[in-house]
Unconditional design. Structure first.
Length: 176
């Protein structure tokens, strides 16, 4: 078990901590859970940096890292939607995209000799946008600003999905 994988496991442990804090009766529950969310984001950057810089990438990390990302994203999206911070349509679009990506990735892994489509700039931009939008909600930015940031996040996620779909189609055509 290498350091990046341990950091990723730490991120997975942060998901129930986020949920417990967010759904608690604490006065500043959104802020506290938001800090956990930001810690997960910072540790995601850290584990990726360490894995690449010190050549510590692994098959386990390739599975755990996106799992940790999806778990936290789902926890935040669902919790924020239940509390009325995020409109339902945002949840539907982002969850649909993530579910299709999960099954597409699994299909690709099983069918294409264990190949994986790595994250790319579009995906990273969508993730950064998601974090900015969530932080705007946590910090109680004006609703118009948070709504705009959420809309930008949805658009960037759709563009990222289209980019990943193109890669998948090219891989599929290459094997035909």
């Amino acid at each position: 078990m290498n350091l990046p994988n341990l950091i990723t496991i730490f991120r997975i442990i942060l998901v129930p901590i986020f949920l417990i804090l967010f759904h608690s009766d604490l006065e500043n529950r959104v802020l506290y859970s938001g800090l956990v969310f930001l810690l997960a984001g910072a540790s995601d950057v850290l584990d990726g940096y360490i894995a690449r810089k010190y050549d510590l990438t692994s098959k386990l990390g390739a599975v755990l890292d996106p799992l940790a990302d999806k778990m936290m994203s789902f926890a935040v999206l669902i919790s924020f939607t239940i509390s009325g911070f995020i409109p339902l349509w945002v949840l539907y679009i982002l969850m649909l995209k993530e579910i299709v990506m999960i099954f597409g990735g699994l299909f690709l892994y099983l069918r294409k000799e264990k190949s994986v489509i790595p994250s790319n700039r579009n995906g990273k931009n969508a993730t950064v946008s998601f974090y900015i939008a969530i932080v705007s909600i946590i910090l109680r930015a004006p609703k118009a600003l948070s709504s705009t940031l959420l809309t930008i996040t949805v658009v960037l996620n759709i563009l990222a999905f289209i980019g990943y779909l193109r890669i998948y189609i090219n891989l599929d055509e290459g094997s035909a």
